[in-house]
Design a protein around this ligand. Structure first.
Ligand code: ADP
Ligand code: MG
Length: 396
């Protein structure tokens, strides 16, 4: 994969950068600027090299037409603060405003174009429609840098098609993420444990499937664990259960035995009378969950067991909270797991939007982890063994 260094002297060159600036907003207030901060180093580096930097990004899911609530304007303000310099803003994607803003850039200046998904060409399934839009984007620049890791699994105009039209390179964020993913799939330091949680088994079947052949241990918690417990024949009460996946899960358990992979399930769970912080709740053995209760967290014995199973590891990939961490009574399993990652001497990777949010919400220092991924969907698709179009095109 080519890097920014391979693009040569960028002074005076117009560089189109695809970043992931899809931050959560409350009105026009950014509630978590993590993705903007993660995008700053590449933009700054290009500006410092004297390039005319033209950033494209999306926000939310507009339907191919402008919608004020999805405007990137609040992001421009924040980016400008983080870069410590003015950032120009084009009020359209490839129209008069974009052309004028790009034409007005001096060496080292930065501009952001309006939400790229305001143009239906960005996400069109029709190659010709996407291609025509990519032509217009490519006309705004001399080279392309792909740095939006969160979108590299998308075959979209500003991710995939534009890279076919301009000399291109991977930005620092994409390079880092891909290096980390390689450490989880090809150059793995062992013992290697994968911890999976979150709400649904069906979201993560592909990852379990692919990592069963790579990990030494798989630890399961969160809402998905009840489908595993049900597959063992246990009563799971009113807990989250995907009955149609029980057979698939049984298949994984059998394959794990064949492959010599250790699957670690909780031995106790915190089960409540209702999905609420105020509901009556208590710890039960995993094979004794009352029929009228729902499991909302792993229990303390499980947390200790999971910590033991991580203590001697060299690599840990964690995706999916151990419980409903958003509610304090059910946050302890996730907290204990995060601490166990930190206490292990392993290279630790946190993937998944909610898992990363949990780490921050529970007050952990992000720097205590080896890597916190910026792209949940992209990481998962890579770990499923799929080809990511936005990476494949950079390698071509
Ligand atoms: P990520 O975004 O890290 O991949 P997911 O989106 O798969 O994680 O799952 C996160 C959600 O799973 C959280 O909102 C959390 O409340 C929920 N969750 C965790 N454990 C349970 C449980 N036992 N029952 C219901 N929901 C759960
Ligand atoms: Mg999620």
């Amino acid at each position: 994969m080519k890097t920014i260094d391979d693009l040569g002297d960028l002074r005076g060159k117009r560089v189109l950068v695809r970043s992931d600036l899809n931050v959560p907003l409350d009105g026009t207030t950014i509630t978590d600027d993590g993705r903007i901060r993660a995008s700053v180093p590449t933009i700054k580096r290009l500006a410092d090299a004297g390039a005319k930097v033209v950033v494209v990004a999306h926000l939310g899911r507009p339907k191919g037409a402008p919608e004020e609530k999805y405007s990137l304007r609040p992001v421009v303000t924040r980016m400008s603060q983080l870069l410590g310099r003015d950032v120009a803003f084009a009020t359209d994607t490839v129209g008069d405003s974009a052309r004028a803003v790009v034409a007005g850039l001096a060496d080292g200046d930065v501009a952001i174009l309006e939400n790229i998904r305001f143009n239906a060409g960005e996400t069109s399934k029709d190659d010709a429609v996407r291609g025509a839009f990519a032509d217009q984007l490519a006309a705004l620049a001399d080279v392309f840098v792909s740095d939006g890791f969160g979108v590299v699994h998308r075959k979209q105009a500003s991710v995939y098609d534009v890279a076919q039209r301009l000399p291109h390179a991977a930005g620092g964020l994409v390079l880092t993420e891909v290096e980390v993913l390689k450490k989880l799939t090809v150059d793995v330091q062992r013992p290697y444990a994968v911890v999976l949680g979150g709400s649904k088994v069906s979201d993560k079947l592909g990852v379990i499937d692919n990592l069963l052949g790579k990990a030494d241990r798989i630890l399961i918690g969160g809402g998905m664990v009840f489908t595993f417990l049900a597959a063992q024949g246990y009563e799971v009460g009113k807990s989250l259960l995907e009955a149609d996946q029980i057979d698939v899960v049984k298949g994984y358990l059998t394959r794990a035995v064949e492959l010599g992979v250790e699957v670690v399930l909780p031995v106790d769970v915190v089960a409540a009378t209702a999905f609420s912080a105020e509901a009556e709740h208590a710890v039960y053995a995993a094979d004794a969950i009352p029929a009228d209760r729902l499991g909302l967290d792993i229990g303390p014995k499980s947390a200790n067991l999971f910590a033991e199973k991580l203590a001697d590891t060299k690599t840990v990939f964690w995706n999916g909270p151990m419980g409903v961490f958003e509610l304090e009574p059910y946050s302890h399993g996730t907290r204990a797991l995060a601490q166990a990652l930190i206490d292990s001497k392993a290279f630790t990777v946190v993937g998944g939007g909610d898992s990363a949010a949990a780490v921050r919400l529970l007050g952990f220092d992000e720097a205590a982890f080896g890597h916190i991924s910026t792209g949940g969907g992209a990481s998962l698709e890579y770990l499923e063994g799929k080809t990511l179009p936005g990476i494949a095109v950079l390698e071509s």
